[in-house]
Design a binder for this molecule. Structure first.
Ligand code: UDP
Ligand code: MG
Length: 140
């Protein structure tokens, strides 16, 4: 199982702009299978905890405010080499640097409001999945 799953969020500005369906379609067309999915809204406290690793970075408060500003979709995705392949589909943090065909190139507004989250390691994929989903909400 290790290495086959990753975690994603469709961020508030992309949901508000009505892009969630198109982003989910890109994810499925790229060969990822959705194992869990929910529409939710983070409190500032939850967003702060989720992004705790960035606590010392200058953009932390802005990131917390943004990620708790509106509804998001959270999902667990399965595919061979899920973490790395999903980061490739997502594209660079700054959409100005994202490659053609990536989700961020197509939908991100800025380096902060960049449409989607993608886990950066198998370990974080597991931690982040458990943060958002109870075991019974996740398909085997
Ligand atoms: N972020 C930001 N300003 C920056 C860098 C990051 O607002 O200079 C935000 C952005 O939403 C990013 C998130 O913080 O997606 C987490 O940053 P990270 O470096 O982990 O980027 P990612 O892994 O999402 O590409
Ligand atoms: Mg990251």
């Amino acid at each position: 199982m290790a290495g086959n799953r990753t975690f994603t969020m469709i961020k508030p500005e992309a949901v508000a702009a009505g892009h969630a369906g198109k982003i989910i379609d890109m994810i499925i067309q790229a060969g990822f299978e959705i194992k869990a999915l929910k529409l939710t809204k983070l409190t500032a406290e939850q967003a702060g905890k989720f992004y705790e690793v960035h606590k010392e970075r200058p953009f932390y408060q802005e990131l917390v405010d943004y990620m708790s500003s509106g509804p998001i979709y959270a999902a667990i995705l399965e595919k061979d080499n899920a973490v790395a392949d999903f980061r490739k589909l997502v594209g660079a943090t700054d959409p100005a640097e994202a490659e053609e065909g990536t989700i961020r190139k197509r939908f991100a507004k800025s380096k902060g409001e960049n449409a989607v989250h993608g886990s950066d390691s198998d370990e974080n994929a597991e931690i982040e999945s458990n943060f958002h989903f109870a075991q019974e909400e996740v398909l085997a």
